[in-house]
Design a protein around this ligand. Structure first.
Ligand code: ADP
Length: 498
């Protein structure tokens, strides 16, 4: 039940920073605290975080928000956690000592392992059970790498002396003083070890990836009791009642509760997730199937597509070639032209993600003339984000999703030129919410649900409030010309790298 003077504490433990956000019982944001932490790049393609950096940053932001709640005369009645997904930690079950740095989702060290498994013909089985592809992105090969590269770990893992956890699991372990080794179904669904069809850790997959099942956490619904955060951690005890991977939490924060509703987050990259309700669709178009959320034992599935570079192309224009002094400037610069004048950019700066999946593709710009100026670069960069979104939406359509609109968030969603162009190119309504902290809101909603402060997810839909709706109004033939230009650019880029 909702109590007077109560508040919800949401953690958004991301790739580059940890945030704690305090929400009132009716979902208003009361305070936010954020700490960045160090990214460790031991070699090309390797990305690690120190477990202690993650934990210390969470401790600091959590303590600030607990103090803020106290200063407002509020008591925290439940906490929710949203986290960077797939990132892999292993620790000693008795001492809690972490045995190796967290291997971050971006880390590519297990590419060869994945290629070998793929060459041996395991892709179809893995896809069928997990909805994922064979890629270093997911946790399983990262776990095996740690066990095989740190002396003496494998026998300890086999004896049940070690715990594996994604970041949610690690944080809950820390917050409960080592009492609870648990995770939620969304995080489990990103490990490559969890069968998303029967909702269980999969013994065959554990065998294939060489991960002892004794290391795995208990998997729970995304809303429910995960354990009690001890009073000495943040200065106040409270139950942890909601957990989801960040993109899944954002899907909830964006109130994508019906089949075909889609959210797209535009940060460094872009992550699109469509609700497919009880249909666990196996994509024919290179998208991933995943668990959107699991409530009361009922799984809601999702289809996901990621674009590696979206906001990062604007970062590159700003920091790489010095064309902009702020990311926001790209809007006025792009809008200073009434057309792209045939200039197209394919921002494959780190290869192309879904639906093309071409790691060796590299960025290109086409259609330059003597009239091409900085505005064309800005415009082509922004337009490329909408065109890439179009490719994802088309892949979703081909997989049987009928999108009713697109809900956007992330830093780049502030760009009105891009959002209008997106609506025009997709021929869909693009909705930007008033509260763009959708990931934290999703974690808070799960915590409200898990602590009984609300009874259904649907009841929380009213917490989502529209800020701006962008309607498509571009002339059809103009749209087709633009799309044809983009498709030519993509084809040429893909041809170049083969
Ligand atoms: P992340 O969480 O991945 O760090 P954010 O959601 O904070 O990303 O968004 C930051 C990204 O969005 C940066 O890559 C930046 O270049 C881009 N960005 C921010 N504001 C704008 C804007 N007004 N127009 C275009 N790009 C923007």
């Amino acid at each position: 039940m909702r109590q007077e003077n109560s508040a919800i504490l949401a953690f958004d433990q991301g790739t580059t920073s940890s945030r704690a956000i305090l929400f009132s019982a009716d979902g208003s944001m009361l305070g936010v605290s954020q700490r960045e932490f160090e990214q460790i790049f031991p070699a090309d393609g390797l990305v690690e975080h120190r477990a202690s950096d993650i934990w210390q940053s969470v401790l600091q932001v959590g303590r600030e928000m607990v103090a803020k709640a106290a200063s407002l005369g509020l008591t925290i009645t439940a906490a929710g956690i949203a986290n960077q997904r797939e990132t892999t930690l292993i620790w000693d079950r008795k001492t809690g000592d972490v045995v190796y740095n967290a291997i971050v989702w971006q880390d590519r060290r297990t590419s060869t392992h994945c290629k070998t498994l793929s060459d041996e013909g395991h892709l179809q089985n893995v896809r069928q059970a997990t909805g994922l592809v064979l890629d270093p992105y997911f946790s399983a090969t990262k776990i095996a790498w740690i066990l095989d590269n740190v002396d003496g770990l494998r026998p300890r893992a086999e004896r049940g002396e070690l715990c594996f956890g994604t970041v949610d699991s690690f944080l809950i372990w820390q917050m409960t003083g080592g009492v609870r080794h648990v995770t939620d179904a969304t995080n489990a669904s990103r490990t490559s070890l969890y069968n998303i069809r029967n909702g269980m850790w999969d013994a065959d997959l554990c065998h294939l990836f060489d991960v002892p099942m004794a290391m795995l956490a208990e998997v729970q619904d995304s809303a429910g009791y995960f354990g009690d955060c001890r009073a000495d951690v943040f200065g106040q005890a409270f139950p942890i009642c909601g957990v989801a991977g960040d993109q899944h939490a954002a899907t909830i924060g964006q109130a994508c509760f019906t089949k075909g509703s889609i959210k797209s987050t535009y940060g460094t990259g872009c992550f699109m997730l469509a609700n497919t309700a009880q249909d666990c669709l196996l994509s024919e178009n290179n998208l991933l199937s995943t668990i959107a959320y699991q409530i009361n034992g009922q799984v809601t599935y999702g289809l996901e597509g990621s674009i590696f570079i979206s906001g990062a192309v604007i970062q590159w224009l700003r920091d790489g070639i010095g064309l902009l002094s702020t990311a926001a400037q790209s809007e006025a610069l792009a809008a200073s032209l009434c057309d792209n004048d045939g200039v197209y950019m394919v921002p494959a700066l780190t290869g192309l993600g879904a639906p093309h999946w071409s790691p060796s593709a590299r960025g290109a710009i086409y259609g330059l003339t003597r009239d091409t100026g900085p505005a064309h670069f800005a415009r082509a960069a922004l337009e490329s984000v909408a065109f890439q979104t179009y490719d994802l939406i088309e892949a979703m359509r081909a997989d049987g999703i009928a999108p009713s609109g697109l809900k956007v968030d992330g830093g780049m969603a502030d760009n009105n030129f891009l959002m209008q162009f997106m609506a025009d190119i997709l021929e869909l309504q693009v909705d930007r919410p008033a509260l763009t902290e959708t990931t934290a809101l999703g974690a808070a909603i799960l915590a409200m649900l898990g602590s009984g402060q609300t009874t259904t997810l649907e009841q929380t839909a009213s917490l989502w409030k529209l800020e701006t709706s962008f309607q498509p109004h571009l002339d059809r033939s103009k749209r087709e010309t633009l799309l044809a230009g983009w498709q030519t650019a993509i084809k040429r880029t893909l041809l170049d790298c083969c």
